[in-house]
Ligand binder design. Structure first.
Ligand SMILES: [Zn+2]
Length: 369
């Protein structure tokens, strides 16, 4: 899909690693995990050798909650882990962890922190890291997707493959939550699908392989999406280059969502930069519907209470309208009961939030509960 020239001129273009000018580009390992990710990451890093020759950059869905993941990972293996800081250089053998409430991006040989728009209703998200790594370091990137619900990371692995990188997923049957790696297997070209027990050895082998040539085709959708996530350029020009208006509304900002053309799974973006897949959008819409229903329940309960007081007042005053008020109060009671029943059924059906497990102030707990 080609973009208007005006957009092309303003867009940040991927910086390919050119083997002709680079003797041996260093490998970069980017890792994404969600539900079940704490234990999966501990297992993975425990098997990495102390002389691991590539930097590792990790996004775990932790939302805005305080995290002690670096301490946990440092104590789990022989590599040092720390929360990434803005502008920090990538260091071979170091584990750089996305801090709470920031996307973690790759820019050249440096890390960038961004409080840009959430993707999949979460920040940090996996896709922005993978996409920026693919655009910056091309075939040198090894993308790894571990356990997690829904499908953050699939589009990111597609971008990594489009630039000649290597895609690795945890074997879904080995994952606490198989959805994320299963989605990547379905929609992206995956080079290696292995259980956690084999992951450290595989990565150690991969980072010691020579980096292949850069992909010839620039990942134009990824470049437009990267610019949108960084609020660079004209958002409507970026969107019109890669997407078409959809009937859906962004759950984060209430702006119109555009469907990105020719993507599997179906993906959406608004002009402020929020991004969803069909599944994460459905999940976020479910939360919004619940919020609206709780608001309706509150209004109906208030109405019932007011009608109860009104009919008592009218009855004491001999007002003939008391019976009408009582009837309306009974109708409000029935409606309250119906909404409560729906909310109870909805909460029992609903899956856990996108942001699932994280280490918060020394304890593991479910986000959003
Ligand atoms: Zn939005």
């Amino acid at each position: 899909m080609s973009a208007p020239k005006a957009v092309q001129r303003r867009d940040p273009k991927p910086r390919h690693v050119d083997p002709s000018t680079s003797e041996k580009p260093p490998r970069l390992v980017v890792i994404g995990a969600s539900a079940g990710g704490v234990n999966a990451l501990r297992t993975l890093v425990s098997g990495l050798p102390p002389a691991f020759p590539a930097a590792l950059v990790i996004v775990l869905h932790i939302g805005s909650h305080e995290s002690i993941m670096p301490a946990i990972l440092s104590s789990s293996g022989r590599l040092k882990a720390a929360h990434a800081t803005d502008g920090e250089l990538l260091v071979p053998g170091k584990i750089h962890v996305a801090p709470p409430d920031h996307h973690l991006l790759i820019e050249g040989q440096r890390l960038r922190l961004s409080r840009g728009p959430k993707e999949h209703h979460t920040r940090p998200a996996i896709d922005p890291l993978f996409r920026s790594a693919a655009m910056t370091m091309g075939p040198a990137v090894v993308g790894v997707l571990l356990t997690g619900r829904l499908d953050d990371g699939t589009a990111g692995l597609q971008a990594i493959k489009a630039q000649g990188g290597i895609a690795v997923v945890q074997e879904p049957s080995d994952a606490t939550e198989p959805s994320m790696p299963a989605s990547a297997l379905k929609y992206a070209q995956i080079d290696h699908c292995v259980p956690l027990a084999s992951m450290a050895d595989l990565l150690t082998r991969l980072v010691n392989t020579e980096v292949g040539p850069s992909a010839l085709a620039a990942p134009e959708p990824a470049a437009h999406e990267h610019a949108l996530s960084l609020s660079q350029g004209d958002p409507m020009e970026h969107l019109s280059a890669i997407a078409s208006p959809s009937p859906f509304v962004c759950p984060d900002c209430k702006g119109g969502l555009w469907e990105i053309r020719d993507t599997q799974p179906h993906r959406y973006r608004c002009h402020t930069g929020h991004a969803y897949t069909l599944r994460t959008l459905y999940h976020a819409q479910g939360e919004e519907t619940d919020g609206a229903l709780w608001g309706a329940l509150r209004a109906l309960q208030e109405k019932e209470l007011l009608l109860r007081a009104l009919q008592v007042d009218q009855r004491e005053g001999g007002d003939a309208r008391a019976q009408r008020a009582e009837n309306r109060m009974l109708v409000a009671q029935v409606r309250c009961s119906a909404v409560r029943t729906h909310l109870r059924a909805s909460s029992s059906r609903r899956q856990a939030p996108v942001q699932e497990f994280g280490m918060f102030r020394g304890s593991v707990r479910r986000w959003g509960t």
